[in-house]
Design a protein around this ligand. Structure first.
Ligand SMILES: [Zn+2]
Length: 447
C-alpha cells in the first residue's frame, strides 16, 4: 500500500515587504505578456479507454472510439425493461448524446499553490547563476504546467465537509463518489482475485447490453447479474465519470452472435478473498466483496475534513461533476488573474531567501543576489565608467558595453579586459543586475 495522505503544503507566509525599488527604465517585451490560460481541467485524462483491471474481456473494447456508433444514450438502464425489442428504425442507430444537466459550483474556496518539489527545483536553478528572472514568467511556467501545482480546498459551508482518501489523497464531496474511488483504486489492495470457469447461463435472451466505452458485454438488462456487472465495470474502469454519464454510454444489441458471446464470456467469473485468509475461506463475488470492503475498511480509508490539499494531477481525476466543475472554474480564474498563485510563489521564493524586486512600478524580478546600489563616484575609474554607462543606458549587453565604451576593441584587448574583468564581481555583489537574457542594469538607491 502506498503512503498515507500526503502532507499538506502549508501556505508560506510572505516575509515583511522589503522591496528595493529600482528605477530601471526598461521593461522587456516578454515581461509584459500575460500568462496563457490552460484549460487542463476540460481536458481531464478522464477518457480512460477501458482499462478494466483484471478483466480478460478488456481486449474486446470497441475500436471505434470512446463513443461508438452503436451507443444509444440512456438505453438499458437497470430495471428499465431493456428486454423490449426496439423498432428496426432505431435499433443500433447512433443518436445525439443527451446534454448532461448543469452542475452548480460547490461552497468551496479553492487556491492553487506551487508544488514544493517543483518550486524547490526552480529555486535551485535560480541559485545556480546570478541572473534575475521575471516573476510573472515564473508564474506562467506553473500555469502552463498545471501538474507542477497543488490545489487547496476549504469548505465555506460548516455543514458540508470534504471527504479525503487517507491512502492517496483523493477528495470527494459525497460518500458515493468516495466509495467509487475506494473500490476502483484500493479494493485490490485488500483482496486476492481468483478466476473461475462455470456453465454458461441458461434461458433465452432477446438482447444484450454493451459498454460503449470498453466494448465489454454487460448482459441482458433483465438478467439478475446485470446491475452488478454494470456497477463493476463502472467502478473498476470509469469511476472518473459521473455514473449517469457512464450509463448513457450503454447500448443494447439484438444480435444473436453477441448474445452467444456474452454467454460464453459469462462462464468466466472473478471471485475475491480477503488477503491473508486461508484458501478454504469462501471467496466472494464482486458485489459482496465490495460491500465487505467498504464496511470493514471504508471508515479507516476516509477522513472527513473542512480543508484538503492534493496534487493537481490527482485533482484532475475527481469524479464528482460539481467538484470537477468548481476546480475547473477556479483554474480558469487563476489563469486569467493569477494573483493567488503569484502571491504563493513569491512567498515561497522569499521564504527560501531569494530576492524579489520591482523594476520601476511594474515587473517584478527574482534573483539570488540582493541588488546593492553602488555610488559610481566611490568606485575606481574603470568601474565608475561601467556603472555610469549602465545607469544612462540600462539594458546593455556585454558586447554593447564594449562597443560603446571602447569602440573598435575586441574582448582580448587590455582596455576591453579592464571593462569586462570586474563585471563578474559587480554582478556577484549585486552592484550590477544581470537579467536572464544577458542585459544588465544598475540598482539605484531610493531617493
Ligand atoms: Zn485513494
Amino acid at each position: 500500500m502506498s503512503d498515507p495522505t500526503p502532507p499538506e503544503s502549508p501556505p508560506q507566509e510572505a516575509p515583511a515587504e522589503r522591496e528595493l525599488v529600482l528605477e530601471l527604465n526598461f521593461v522587456p517585451e516578454w515581461a509584459r505578456k500575460p500568462p496563457s490560460a490552460t484549460a487542463f481541467f476540460n481536458d481531464r485524462p478522464g477518457r480512460r479507454d477501458g482499462a478494466h483491471r483484471g478483466d480478460p474481456r478488456n481486449d474486446r473494447r470497441d475500436q471505434r472510439g470512446s463513443r461508438p456508433a452503436g451507443a444509444r444514450p440512456g438505453a438499458a438502464r437497470p430495471g428499465s425493461g431493456g428486454g423490449r425489442a426496439p423498432s428496426g428504425r432505431d435499433r443500433d442507430r447512433p443518436q445525439r448524446p443527451e446534454r448532461p444537466p448543469p452542475v452548480r459550483p460547490l461552497p468551496l474556496h479553492v487556491r492553487f499553490l506551487p508544488d514544493d518539489r517543483q518550486i524547490g527545483a526552480l529555486i535551485k536553478r535560480i541559485r545556480g547563476n546570478q541572473r534575475a528572472y521575471p516573476l510573472n514568467e515564473i508564474v506562467g511556467l506553473f500555469l502552463s504546467n498545471p501538474d507542477a501545482c497543488r490545489v487547496k480546498l476549504e469548505s465555506t459551508d460548516p455543514a458540508q465537509r470534504l471527504l479525503q482518501c487517507t491512502v492517496c489523497g483523493m477528495i470527494a464531496f459525497d460518500r458515493h463518489s468516495m466509495d467509487t474511488h475506494l473500490t476502483h483504486e484500493h479494493l485490490a489492495d485488500f483482496f486476492d482475485i481468483e478466476t473461475r470457469t462455470s456453465e454458461p447461463p441458461t434461458g433465452s435472451f432477446v438482447c444484450v447490453a454493451k459498454c460503449g466505452l470498453s466494448g465489454v458485454l454487460l448482459g441482458p438488462p433483465n438478467h439478475n447479474t446485470y446491475a452488478e456487472r454494470v456497477d463493476e465495470v463502472y467502478r473498476t474502469s470509469y469511476a472518473h465519470l459521473p455514473l449517469e454519464e457512464y450509463r448513457r454510454q450503454i447500448s443494447t444489441h439484438h444480435d444473436e452472435a453477441l448474445i452467444a458471446q456474452w454467454k460464453e464470456e459469462s462462464r468466466t467469473q472473478k471471485f475475491f478473498r480477503p488477503k491473508g485468509q486461508p484458501a478454504e475461506t469462501p471467496a466472494l463475488k464482486w458485489g459482496a466483496a465490495v460491500a465487505l470492503f467498504l464496511q470493514k475498511h471504508g471508515p479507516s480509508l476516509v477522513k472527513s475534513t473542512a480543508h484538503a490539499s492534493l496534487s493537481v494531477a490527482l485533482a484532475r481525476q475527481v469524479n464528482h461533476p460539481g467538484l470537477a466543475q468548481t476546480l475547473a472554474d477556479a483554474w480558469q480564474w487563476e489563469c486569467r488573474t493569477p494573483r493567488a498563485l503569484t502571491l504563493a510563489i513569491q512567498g515561497a521564493l522569499r521564504g527560501r531567501h531569494l530576492e524579489v524586486f520591482r523594476v520601476g512600478t511594474g515587473t517584478r524580478f527574482v534573483t539570488a543576489v540582493p541588488p546593492v546600489p553602488l555610488d559610481p563616484e566611490r568606485a575606481i575609474p574603470s568601474i565608475r565608467s561601467v556603472l555610469t554607462h549602465l545607469r544612462q543606458h540600462p539594458g546593455c549587453t556585454r558586447a554593447q558595453l564594449l562597443t560603446e565604451l571602447v569602440p573598435g576593441k575586441t574582448s582580448d584587448d587590455p582596455e576591453a579586459a579592464a571593462i569586462l574583468s570586474p563585471l563578474r564581481w559587480l554582478v556577484d555583489r549585486g552592484h550590477i543586475i544581470e537579467f536572464f537574457d544577458g542585459t544588465m542594469a544598475v540598482p539605484l538607491a531610493k531617493p
